[in-house]
Design a protein around this ligand. Structure first.
Ligand SMILES: NC(=O)C1=CN([C@@H]2O[C@H](COP(=O)(O)OP(=O)(O)OC[C@H]3O[C@@H](n4cnc5c(N)ncnc54)[C@H](O)[C@@H]3O)[C@@H](O)[C@H]2O)C=CC1
Ligand SMILES: O=C(O)C1=NCCCC1
Length: 317
């Protein structure tokens, strides 16, 4: 018998639904603005062959989603070439008892990472693109994050059209077909060029981790909202001018200081954390203002989800 609960990926998949996940990450995002988030900059270790190990410990003080947790994640890009292929990112979360610090659960963390990242983009869009059109969504990159963002956004907002572009076009075609089938809709379409995908889109998600800047400012509709979720220290999916002409928001200031200096060097001005807008201390972008949410991911998001999963595991049989 293990001295802690083990919660597997398949169990996490059974437990999660969008409404509670979005609520949990909304609490986590707000916590950075209200003094309820305790977290350090992400530790990143570069391993041989450019593989990575990330560590993100944190404590979220919150009645509903409060938790003391630490996530360890590895990124081994060559996993995609294994037979059968494996995810490049692999995460596990230790959830500790808040009064003793003793581990009470180990949660496999890939589903958790996928759901929480897409839910964070949903919350950013809700608050930064409030009362603005949500007819056309463009998704750049049809990988794990592209797929989960497509599902989350369609579940939470119901866009009329969801366009998907991918470097290898067949992946975008296949994903659109699969999602139409799974979600019983015809809203998903694939696009052959980034420009066709982004043109006139109200909301854009970039999850391609491209070496070149894929989205150029002239492609982006004035007043659109962009969720830039790729974490890439050497590049961005958006061009420099898109950053300069937009109001740019982050998840947490510490992350900006430690990981986003290359974007500040473009002349981008970060105007606040999404949590500041939720808490009412920073204004949301006005009509006609283009906005970017530069997502890094942070420990308190993992805390909120770990708590939600742990609590659901106790009650859902
Ligand atoms: N902000 C956050 O909290 C999180 C961010 N991420 C980041 O999101 C990004 C996507 O992650 P996943 O979907 O898991 O990866 P993935 O490998 O499943 O998908 C990446 C997609 O980008 C495309 N791509 C790769 N290189 C490209 C290039 N040079 N040009 C154009 N397209 C290219 C691939 O075809 C693939 O469809 C990564 O940068 C990852 O680090 C992932 C999880 C959380
Ligand atoms: O989930 C996170 O947080 C990630 N951080 C850095 C790299 C991609 C995922």
């Amino acid at each position: 018998m293990l001295p802690y609960k083990f919660i597997s990926e398949s169990r996490v998949g059974e437990l999660l639904e969008w409404e509670p996940v979005v609520d949990a990450v909304e609490h986590a995002l707000k916590s950075v603005s209200t003094g309820c988030a305790f977290q350090s900059p992400r530790v990143k270790i570069v391993l041989p062959e450019s593989n990575l190990l990330y560590s993100t410990p944190g404590y979220l003080k919150d009645d509903k989603y409060g938790a003391l947790a630490s996530r360890v994640m590895t990124k081994f890009p060559s996993n995609r070439r294994l037979q059968p292929p494996r995810s490049a990112l692999n995460a596990n979360i230790s959830l500790m008892d808040e009064s003793t610090g003793v581990v009470k659960a180990i949660i496999q963390g890939n589903e958790l990472t996928d759901w929480r990242t897409a839910a964070v983009s949903v919350v950013a869009t809700k608050h930064l693109h409030k009362e603005k059109p949500k007819e056309i969504l463009a998704i750049i990159g049809a990988g794990i994050q592209g797929r989960i963002h497509a599902i989350a956004f369609q579940t939470c907002f119901k866009f009329r059209e969801v366009r998907i572009w991918n470097r290898t076009g067949k992946r975008a075609v296949d994903l659109a077909r699969k999602l139409n089938h799974e979600l019983k809709t015809d809203a998903f379409v694939s696009c052959e060029t980034v420009s066709d995908c982004v043109k006139n889109a109200d909301v854009i998600v970039t999850a391609a981790m491209a070496k070149e800047m894929l989205v150029k400012h002239e492609m982006v509709k004035k007043g659109a909202h962009i969720n830039a979720i790729s974490v890439n220290p050497s590049g961005t999916d958006l061009d420099e001018e898109t950053y300069r002409i937009s109001k740019v928001f982050c998840d947490h200031w510490t992350g900006v200081e430690h990981e986003l200096q290359h974007i500040i060097a473009f002349g981008a001005k970060f105007v606040g954390q999404v949590g500041d807008v939720i808490a009412g201390s920073v204004q949301a972008p006005g009509a006609g203002e283009t906005s970017i949410f530069q997502s890094l991911g942070m420990a308190v998001e993992d805390c909120a989800l770990a708590r939600l999963i742990y609590d659901l595991d106790q009650i859902v049989k």
